[in-house]
Design a protein around this ligand. Structure first.
Ligand SMILES: *[C@@H]1O[C@H](CO)[C@@H](O)[C@H](O)[C@H]1NC(C)=O
Ligand SMILES: *[C@@H]1O[C@H](CO)[C@@H](O)[C@H](O)[C@H]1NC(C)=O
Ligand SMILES: *[C@@H]1O[C@H](CO)[C@@H](O)[C@H](O)[C@H]1NC(C)=O
Ligand SMILES: *[C@@H]1O[C@H](CO)[C@@H](O)[C@H](O)[C@H]1NC(C)=O
Length: 647
């Protein structure tokens, strides 16, 4: 850090290769014209000479880059343009088919199977509710794919295993004769979740076959299948072309209810192990290939920023690939950077492929994502009123706002220092950038007097003041989830804020969103507002495939090293401190006053709001759940290879 741009290097190399090619071509043409054999060309430009030239140019490019390190255009401009195209392309392919026949054809093309029985009813349900997403259910199918590798009877048996013991913290809803109901045993504390799930399916339950659906009651995901096993299951699932027969029977097997009965001898071994409050990283990293960085590096020294961990999904300090940024496989340092990995409050995972429906998961887990009842039954929701208005973007305060609890994980032996929420609060309020040989000061990408962008380091004391970014980020009330001395240690470190009304958020232009123990339930209301959400997190939900980072929200690496550079792009920079007093002068050197790209921020805020109003409505949650349960009905049907919907 700071990152050095490779673009000039690549451009130089590209020009050189192009020039060489043109030269050789010209030689060949003139050589042929003179009737000389073209073989002689290789002697005119020996390999050693061209490689020396390449090395020379590489060196020139490198030193040029090192000396100036200036960027003419801001990387975020480019990321925004790219995201716009990406999200347009996604939307076009997600809603291409115009009628049920085309939809079936598209389904068969994508997933090499017939759609499940009841697909026509689903299509009518979705189109009657103006669903924009008709064709692209790739993430759902990805979740379900490994289950094609085990038999329907085995899936049902594992279903009974996970609900047979309340210790498992899994509860079911039972679908019988077109109605959904609670199972016999459920934890009263989680009744809202099951009631929410029942509510979610009630409008279409008459189309569902008899079955049992098992829900994870914890925020943390549960199913971490080792890489090799998962590859094997996927191989079994896609390896057979038999599924696309000419015809299929459009009905469920008779007598399905009887196939779900609880066998007498379930065995006494528990399918889950309790790993609460211990480092959970390696439990999930088993899903990474053995050659991956995460599998090879069993530890990471947390006093060093792992730039090579961030590089694959970054452009400079900016996050450029949101999907990839969730993968633990190239990021062994994540083990110390998130509460879920450091010390999850409730973590009972299994390495066996178990049928568990979860509200969110981190990359590598094989839980099946479903729309969270938390959002569906409005546990938290967007409700701007006269008392709590949501003014136009330009009229909001130019500040980044966050309030929350320290609920990401349970801190023991200082693990709070790595948790994203605590690091965020520390960075915003208590940052000191004392340079050491291993960790220089925090570089921030800022414009200079020539209108170019350079990474500049902040003064050692009071760096935030120098940047003049308005940050309003606090833990509410006090410390939660801390054991031993960790509560007192955090009390000494952090300041606290009184609780605020959730609807007060809309006063701020920029809203910070980070994970809690699982996904953040607030993100959807943030998206629906006229404010711009900044999102840092590794948890992903059913809708993540529908959103595009930099188009609908602003992504931030969980390391938070790019947060100030990202914020400065939108808010502008203070310019040289004219008085030359105190620390302000240090950052002012070479920095010019910039207005900030307020319009770019407003455009993303609006695009996110509009898109959420199209694809993340409650109707969309129902449509997703309807299709998911038809797929689940088929997966658990003994005749699953013979049934389906064909036009
Ligand atoms: C992000 O990374 C994934 C996984 O490597 C890749 O498939 C995808 O194309 C990348 N997306 C972009 C926009 O580069
Ligand atoms: C939204 O807020 C208003 C004013 O506080 C309140 O009267 C109303 O009930 C709220 N809406 C819902 C759906 O709760
Ligand atoms: C950290 O910042 C907060 C908010 O400004 C303040 O209340 C707290 O005392 C600071 N902590 C330390 C150790 O300086
Ligand atoms: C810092 O920000 C405040 C409010 O956002 C503004 O009034 C002030 O002029 C800024 N200072 C500089 C040096 O730009």
């Amino acid at each position: 850090m700071p990152p050095t741009g490779t673009t000039p290097l690549i451009a130089l190399l590209g020009l050189f290769l192009l020039g060489t090619a043109l030269h050789i071509h010209a030689e060949a043409v003139s050589g042929n014209a003179r009737g000389q054999p073209s073989q002689r060309l290789s002697r005119r430009m020996p390999l050693s000479m061209s490689s020396i030239l390449v090395l020379l140019l590489l060196f020139l490019g490198w030193s040029y880059d090192l000396q100036t390190q200036e960027l003419v255009a801001h990387p975020i401009d480019w990321l925004i343009i790219k995201a716009k195209k990406q999200s347009d392309d996604w939307a076009n392919q997600a809603s291409a088919s115009q009628n049920v026949a085309e939809c079936v054809q598209e389904y068969q093309r994508r997933y090499q199977r017939h759609p499940p029985p009841g697909f026509d009813a689903w299509y009518r349900y979705a189109t009657a509710r103006n669903s924009v997403v008709i064709d692209d259910y790739d993430t759902m199918m990805e979740d379900l794919l490994p289950f094609w590798g085990i038999s329907p009877a085995e899936i049902r048996l594992r279903t009974q295993q996970v609900i047979s013991d309340p210790w498992n913290e899994v509860s079911e809803i039972i679908i019988r004769n077109g109605h959904a109901g609670l199972g016999p045993d459920f934890l009263p504390t989680h009744r809202w979740m099951l009631d929410g799930a029942i509510n979610l399916v009630k409008d279409f339950s008459s189309y569902l076959p008899d079955m049992v659906v098992t829900f994870n009651l914890n925020d943390e995901p549960r199913v971490a299948v080792p890489y090799k096993d998962l590859q094997e299951l996927r191989g079994l699932a896609i390896g057979t072309p038999k599924y696309l027969r000419q015809t299929a029977r459009h009905s469920w097997s008779a007598n399905r209810a009887a196939t779900w009965h609880i066998p007498d001898d379930l065995g006494s071994t528990r399918p889950f192990e309790d790993h609460s409050r211990t480092n959970a990283f390696s439990a999930g990293a088993v899903a990474c290939p053995p050659s991956s960085f995460a599998q090879r590096a069993t530890s990471w020294d947390s006093s060093t920023l792992c730039t090579s961990c961030a590089a694959p999904h970054s452009h400079g300090v900016f996050l450029s690939n949101w999907t990839l940024s969730a993968s633990p496989c190239h990021q062994p340092d994540l083990r110390n950077l998130h509460g879920f990995y450091l010390s999850p409050a409730a973590f009972k995972p299994s390495h066996q492929l178990l049928p568990i429906f979860s509200q969110s998961k981190v990359d590598g887990y094989a839980d099946i994502l479903y729309p969270s009842p938390w959002n569906y039954i409005d546990k938290i929701f967007y409700n701007a009123t006269d008392e709590h208005p949501d003014p136009p973007f330009a009229e909001k305060a130019s500040s980044l706002f966050w309030r929350g609890a320290t609920s990401e994980g349970v801190s023991r032996q200082g693990t709070w220092k790595g948790m994203t929420r605590q690091r965020l609060v520390h960075l915003a309020n208590n940052l000191t950038t004392v340079p050491t040989s291993r960790s220089p000061t925090l570089p921030v990408l800022l414009p200079n007097a020539q209108g170019k962008y350079t990474y500049q380091t902040l003064p050692h004391t009071n760096p935030i003041t120098a940047l003049n970014l308005s940050l309003d980020i606090s833990i509410v009330d006090g410390i939660a989830r801390a054991w031993d001395n960790d509560g007192a240690a955090q009390d000494a470190e952090f300041g606290f804020a009184p609780p605020t009304d959730f609807q007060d958020h809309w006063r701020h232009r920029y809203l910070m969103d980070v994970d809690g123990a699982g996904f953040s339930g607030r993100f959807l209301p943030f998206l629906q507002s006229k404010s711009l959400p900044f999102r840092a997190g590794i948890f992903r939900s059913w809708w993540d495939g529908r959103l595009t980072a930099w188009r609908h929200f602003v992504p931030v690496d969980v390391r938070l090293h790019g947060l100030f550079s990202t914020l400065a792009y939108f808010t502008g920079t203070p310019g040289p401190a004219s008085g030359g007093e105190g620390d302000g002068a240090a950052v002012g050197k070479g920095v010019v006053l910039t207005e900030g790209n307020v319009e770019a921020g407003e455009e993303i805020a609006e695009a996110g709001r509009e898109w959420a109003g199209k694809v993340l409505r409650k109707e969309d949650m129902e449509i997703y759940m309807f299709r998911l349960l038809l797929e689940w009905g088929r997966l658990t049907d003994d005749k699953r290879d013979e049934i389906g919907f064909v036009v």
